[in-house]
Design a protein around this ligand. Structure first.
Ligand SMILES: Nc1ncnc2c1ncn2[C@@H]1O[C@H](COP(=O)(O)OP(=O)(O)OP(=O)(O)O)[C@@H](O)[C@H]1O
Ligand SMILES: Nc1nc2c(ncn2[C@@H]2O[C@H](COP(=O)(O)O)[C@@H](O)[C@H]2O)c(=O)[nH]1
Length: 219
């Protein structure tokens, strides 16, 4: 849905921050790609990270790959909406791109961990809609991490060791989905996006003008 404007050219509603979190390997990236294909108007927040590039990853598309010193400078300059230590590396959400999208009423999709979700919810309040993805089983989670063939045995073991702690944060999210069947999970995420956009509270100014005009034209 494109950002609609009222007669004064104001956007119908503010952009929504849709946050996807899960234990590593449960399917956030997969679902994000599908959602962006279905919703080309949605912006994606490209995080900065100090972790090494995986095969096939592209700087500026998958992540902004930064050195520790570069990341430090971004933190000092207040360039992040949120940042956190995850799996021994640092990850952060660059502020300018997100703020520019929200200003023109574009929704933004985030793939961040529970720490990032907490920080975004604190600073952006009800504009954040958070979705937590669970794997169907821990065995299947491990199978997916291995099937992806992007991480070493050591990295996979580290991510599995952190999975239970990640999963313990599920009650902090607005929606919790089990990603068993890819198609079903995507349909549920898309339904959440469409419904959240239609919430009355998000469309107050436009609806007020629309109904006022409608009633004014009566008779
Ligand atoms: N429903 C599903 N059924 C089977 N395989 C799936 C499903 N969803 C995702 N996968 C596969 O699981 C692997 C991990 O998925 P993905 O990379 O999207 O996880 P992630 O949560 O983004 O992980 P990370 O946090 O490490 O970036 C991929 O190979 C993906 O194709
Ligand atoms: N708090 C933040 N967490 C982030 C951000 N970008 C990614 N992440 C999370 O890191 C892990 C690992 O990701 P991977 O790509 O190395 O597998 C995963 O849980 C992501 O959600 C961020 O900007 N802030």
């Amino acid at each position: 849905m494109e950002a609609r404007t009222d007669k004064a050219g104001k956007t119908e509603r503010r952009g929504i921050l849709f946050v996807l979190s899960s234990p590593s390997g449960a399917g956030k990236t997969t679902m994000a790609r599908r959602l962006l294909a279905a919703e080309p108007q949605m912006a994606v927040s490209v995080s900065a990270t100090t972790r090494a590039k995986r095969p096939g990853e592209v700087d500026g598309i998958d992540y902004h790959f930064r050195t520790e010193a570069q990341f430090d400078r971004m933190v000092e300059a207040g360039a992040f909406l949120e940042w956190a230590h995850v799996f021994g590396n640092r990850y952060g959400t660059p502020r300018p791109a997100v703020e520019a999208a929200l200003r023109i009423g574009r929704d933004v999709l985030f793939d961040v961990d529970w720490q990032g979700t907490q920080q975004l919810a604190q600073s952006m309040g009800d504009d954040v809609v958070s979705i937590f993805l669970l794997p169907p089983t821990m065995t299947e989670l491990e199978r997916r991490l291995r099937a992806r063939r992007t991480d070493s045995e050591e990295v996979i073991e580290g991510r599995m060791a952190r999975a239970a702690a990640e999963i313990s944060h599920w009650p902090e999210y607005d929606y919790v989905l089990v990603n068993e069947d890819m198609h079903d999970c995507f349909e549920h995420i898309h339904t959440i996006v469409l419904a959240e956009r239609l919430r009355r509270q998000r469309r107050g100014a436009w609806l007020t003008e629309f109904t006022r005009e409608m009633v004014g034209k009566q008779g």
